[in-house]
Each structure stands twice: as C-alpha cells, then as structure tokens.
Design a protein around this ligand. Structure first.
Ligand SMILES: C[S@@+](CC[C@H](N)C(=O)[O-])C[C@H]1O[C@@H](n2cnc3c(N)ncnc32)[C@H](O)[C@@H]1O
Length: 254
C-alpha cells in the first residue's frame, strides 16, 4: 500500500481540521511573552507539508523547515513559490541535524518527535540546542505522553473541494520496557473517480514528562518555560489532573 507521506496533498487534507491561523497566533503570543530575543527566523522540525507556512509568513517570519521525506519538502517548496516567498528546507533526521545558521524560534507539531531510543531523544535536544539561538524558544505541540501508553484508536474525515479523506489512526503498545509502540495512520481517499488506500506504520518511543525534562533541561541547554493544556496559554498543565488534550510545551535555549 502506498505511503501517505508520499501524498502530501492528501496528508494536508487529512490534518486540515486544525485552525492554523489561530495556532500561529498562539505561537506569536508565546514569543511575545517568553522569548528573550526578537524573532525573525523560524524552524519547523518535521515540517512535512508546512501547514502553518502561510500564517507564519503573514506574521513576517522567515521560514526554514526540516523533514526526512522529499515529497513533503517538494510540496512545501511549491506552496511557498505559489505564495511568492523563498523558504529554506533541509532534508534530514530530527534525531541528529545541523543547520548552517541557528534560528530565533523553533516549533514541532502534532507530536512529531519521532525517536526510537533514549540516545536519539537526547541527541534530538542537542541538535535543537545547536539550531536555536540563546534566549530563543522551542515550542512543542504534543510530543510528550502525559499518560502511560495504551492501545488507542481514532477516526475522522476531512474534505476539501471534491476530495474526501477518511482517516484512521491507531497505536499498539509493543514493548513496555523500551517504551515502544506501533503507530498506524491509514487513509481512504476519494478524489473524483479515483480511490486510493494510503498507509504509514512506524515504531516510536513514548516520551514521558520527567524524562523529557531530563533530556531537554539537564542533559541539554534548555530551560523549562511551561506546559499548557489544549493550546491555551491560560491553562497550565500543572493545574490539570485529567483530560489532557493537545498539550503544548515551551523550552527556552539557555
Ligand atoms: C505528523 S507529520 C507532521 C507534519 C507537519 N509538521 C504537520 O504539522 O502536519 C510528521 C512529519 O515528520 C516527518 N518525519 C518522520 N520522522 C522524521 C525524522 N526522523 N526526521 C525528520 N522528519 C521526520 C515525516 O516525513 C512527516 O512529514
């Protein structure tokens, strides 16, 4: 079955339930509140099709993205060209990367912190610390597992113009000691007369809150700024005991 990451247009529709303008505004507010440096250059880690690109360009930021998948990067580049902007994209692994110049702000969306081992987790934050200027923020959407892993299932449908994408997402616990679980994303696409089945399965490592702290703030050069529930900077997670949904976390480069 074809890989959904090789079909960025359909991937884009599958995750289009987000209000990217509102999310960009939250990131801007976080910068205003917590960044120690003015922000001009930004990096999206695991950028994929760069869903917030237009919103971030509109706010005046200069955009860089990092991703493993060439089809995603080509799609993002085309989107920027259509908007009349130059952006800089790097093909690389978030577990170990180097940028030619550090940026003022970095972000990672939808829990995309794909690592399989503790070494990769620590190395990711070392890479991120090299990539962000001192005083700059690293903004993480989800990425941390605030509850012990269980098997989960979810399903939703998104539409754009004549295209319908029915999505299924599931996780299956594989190895509790390694904190490994299998994540499967599949989509049924109806695009005019065409029907496509897309899929992506990978193994990833759960990241629990206090080991996240260790990797980012003890073993690497970040300080913890805070974490909040549901993309709401007025809802600190430390006051939430259940019902954690789409938490965001902010680190600042020391
Ligand atoms: C869940 S998507 C997120 C895409 C986009 N940032 C968004 O918000 O919709 C994950 C992206 O991570 C990329 N990816 C997966 N593993 C990666 C890795 N080790 N290094 C860099 N990118 C990776 C995939 O190619 C895919 O584009």
């Amino acid at each position: 079955m074809a890989n959904i990451y090789d079909y960025p247009k359909y991937y884009d529709i599958a995750f289009s339930y987000r209000d990217t303008a509102e999310e960009a505004a939250v990131m801007q507010r976080a910068i205003d509140l917590y960044s120690y440096i003015p922000v001009k250059t930004i990096l999206e880690v695991a950028c994929g099709h760069s869903p917030h690109l237009q919103d971030m360009l509109r706010l005046g930021y200069s955009y860089c993205g990092l991703d493993l998948n060439p089809a995603m990067l080509a799609y993002a580049q085309e989107k920027a060209a259509d908007l009349g902007h130059n952006i800089t994209l790097f093909q690389g692994d978030l577990a170990d990367f180097n940028l030619p110049e550090p940026v003022d702000f970095a972000y990672i969306m939808l829990g995309s912190l794909y690592v399989q081992t503790t070494e990769q987790l620590v190395s990711h934050f070392a890479s991120a610390a090299r990539a962000i200027k001192p005083g700059g923020l690293y903004f993480l959407d989800w990425c941390i597992d605030f509850s012990p892993l269980t098997n989960t299932r979810d399903a939703w449908t998104c539409r754009r113009d004549e295209i319908e994408v029915k999505v299924r997402y599931s996780t299956r616990l594989l190895h509790p000691a390694k904190q490994h679980y299998e994540e499967t994303l599949s989509a049924l696409v109806r695009d005019g007369k065409q029907r496509l089945h897309l899929n992506h399965t990978n193994i990833r490592r759960a990241i629990y809150p206090q080991e996240f702290m260790l990797a980012a703030t003890y073993l690497n050069d970040f300080e913890f700024v805070g974490w909040w529930n549901d993309w709401d900077l007025s809802l600190p997670l430390d006051e939430v005991t259940r019902g954690i949904v789409r938490p965001i976390t902010i680190l600042r480069r020391r």
